[in-house]
Design a protein around this ligand. Sequence first.
Ligand code: AHG
Ligand code: MN
Ligand code: MN
Length: 338
Amino acid sequence: MKKFGVTVSGHIMDSQRLHPEATGDLTGLLNELIVAAKTISAEVNMAGLADILGMSGDINVQGEYVQKLDEFANTAIKRRMAHSGYVAIMASEEEADAVMVEDDCSPGRYTLAFDPLDGSSNIDVNVSVGTIFSIHRASNGCRPNETDLLQPGRRQVAAGYIIYGSSTMMVFSTGEGVHGFTLDPSVGEFYLSHPNIKMPGRSRYYSINEGNRKFWPPGVLAYIDYLQTTDKTSGRPYSGRYIGSLVADFHRNLIAGGIFLYPRDSRNPLKPTGKLRLLYEAAPLAFIAEQAGGRAITDDGRDILDIDPEALHQRVPLIIGCRHDVDIAEKFSRGEMQ
Ligand code: AHG
Ligand code: MN
Ligand code: MN
C-alpha cells in the first residue's frame, strides 16, 4: 500500500489543517482508536493459535453469547478511550449501560458508540469480522449523560469501521468523503489504499438472510423477487452474497456495488424492528454510505440518519447500499412498485 505512502495519521492531520478552529481532539480520538484497532487486529489474527476462540460463557445485554474476542475488543477500546481526555461518555454493544469516563470535570468533547466486534458468530470459522464506530460531539459539559449518545446519525462528526479480513482495513469519514487505509502488519501502519471511495452507481449483489424469507414484510419480499427476475437491461438477476458479518457484507457492497437488507422479522416479537442496532451499526454505516454516494433507510422508507434514537441498544430494520437500488427498494417498501 506504500504506493500512496500516506499514513492514516498523516491523512487525519492533513484534514485537521483544513480546519484552523480544530483543537486536535478529534485527531487524538481517532489516533487512539487506531491503536485499539491494531491491538484487536493482532489478536483476531492470532485467534486460531492463542486459546481465545470460543465463548467466554457470558451473555450480553443483547441476550447473545459473548465470544472471548468480543470481550477483548471491548476492553481494548474502553481502556484506550477511558483516560484519553477526548471522550466524555461511551456506548458499546457489550455494555448494558453508557460507560462514563472517570475523569474530573474536564470530560472529553466527544462521545463514542461502538460495536467492538461485529460478526462475532463467525470468529471460530475464520470469516471476516469488524469493529464499527460512531463519534458525536458531547453537549452536556461536566455532566455527560445518555442524551449525549442519543443523537441522530446525521449529526455524526466521524464514523467508520475496521474490517479484519484477508487484510485489515480501516474505512472512515469525517464528513469529507470516505477513505480506506490498509494495515501493513510488517510496519504496523495503515496506509492510504482507497482514496475517496464512491459506491458504484449500480449494484451487482444483494445481501439478505434468505432463511428469514417467510417473515419479511411484503415490500421486502416483492423487492427480492424483483431482484431475482431476469431483465438484462437492469442487470437482473443480481447475485446473492451473504456473509453474516455486517461489516464484511457492507464493505463488499461499498467497493463492488450492492444492497444489504436486514428487515424486521414478523416471527420475533423480541426484535419487532429487526436485529441490527441503530447507534453503533446502522447509523455509522449509513453515514459512510451517504458520504460515498449511497443511501440507508428502514424497511418502511425512513432515512436512517434522521431517526432520533430513544435507547442505546435500539434496533432498526436496515436497507443500505447503492443509491439507485435503495431508491427502488424504498418504492417497494412504500407499495409504489410491486
Ligand atoms: P454482532 O456480531 O455484532 O452481534 O453482529 C452480528 C450481526 C451482523 O454482523 C450481521 O449482519 C447479522 O448479525 C447476521 O445476522 P443473522 O445471523 O441473523 O443473519
Ligand atoms: Mn454487530
Ligand atoms: Mn458485536
